[in-house]
Write a protein that binds this ligand. Structure first.
Ligand SMILES: Nc1ncnc2c1ncn2[C@@H]1O[C@H](COP(=O)(O)OP(=O)(O)OP(=O)(O)O)[C@@H](O)[C@H]1O
Ligand SMILES: [Mg+2]
Length: 245
């Protein structure tokens, strides 16, 4: 579903991604881990061209993301749902209006169609009862679930998550992970950058370890956490779990 070939990204003289190759199969949940500054966010952002790749190619369901321009790029971006650490909801619009907006503006759906789809997606993330609330009246976990509903309402082919729970209080993390797990069970193709290693163990099909702008190791959660091959991955994991547990 996603095919990244020899992706390179430089900011000025600094190379932050070096020859990234990654394939994500339909319905797969690929988890991306790695130290701060290793290029995880940059890789995700290249996938919908929030960052312009310096070289290499990215295909979504067989279509070149990297060659798209203008309208074609806008259409391509709609197929790639993105959820960030911050929720970026419009503060002066209701939850329902937030989930409707891009459907009407970008997909040109009628208001009634957009509303029906928004309600369906809000129900999906357990928040239909908050449709008329304002974002400020919701907890962080609820706001993030609205952001997920908003992305899903555009019927994306893949969902990319960049540290979706990092800004949340610990007790709110679970509700967001639950929605993500449900999406996975429904067959959504997902790439998730996160520090929630327990979630990776439970829900990921494969885990990608990045360090210094390269993919160092790819494997099942059992392989990556239970039998890390590279010294860099072992060092990274031991910093996460000083006890070695
Ligand atoms: N717009 C930019 N201009 C210059 N350098 C950038 C820019 N964005 C990112 N970088 C650099 O690229 C490298 C990778 O950054 P990136 O945000 O992708 O890392 P990350 O793995 O997501 O880190 P974190 O875990 O802290 O979110 C870092 O060295 C960062 O300083
Ligand atoms: Mg990041």
């Amino acid at each position: 579903m996603i095919e990244i070939n020899k992706l390179e990204k430089c900011f000025g003289d600094t190379q932050v991604l070096t020859s990234i190759d990654l394939r994500v199969n339909r319905g797969e949940l690929v988890f991306v881990i790695g130290p701060s500054g290793s290029g995880k966010s940059t890789m995700l952002r290249c996938c919908n061209r929030l960052e312009e790749p310096t070289s290499g190619s990215i295909l979504l369901d067989g279509e070149h993301v990297t060659d798209c321009r203008g309208r074609a790029l806008d259409r391509m971006r709609l197929k790639i749902g993105m959820v960030f650490q911050g929720f970026h909801l419009y503060p002066h619009k209701s939850v329902l209006a937030n989930v409707m907006l891009a459907q009407v503006k970008a997909l040109k759906r009628s208001r009634s169609e957009a509303e029906a789809r928004a309600m369906e997606m809000l129900d999906h993330v357990g928040l239909a009862h908050k449709a008329s609330a304002m974002p400020s009246e919701l907890s962080g976990g609820q706001q993030q679930r609205v952001a997920i509903a908003r992305a899903l309402a555009l019927d994306p082919k893949v969902m990319l998550f960049d540290e979706p729970t990092s800004a949340l209080d610990p007790e709110l993390v679970g509700s967001v992970l639950k929605v993500m797990k449900q999406l996975r069970d429904e067959g959504m193709t997902m790439v998730v950058v996160s520090h929630e290693m327990n979630f990776a163990r439970e829900a990921a099909d494969r885990v990608v370890f990045m360090d210094g702008g390269v993919v160092v190791e790819v494997g099942t959660p059992e392989e990556i956490f239970g039998n890390p091959k590279s010294e860099r991955l072992r060092a990274f994991l031991s910093r996460l779990q000083p006890s070695g547990a």
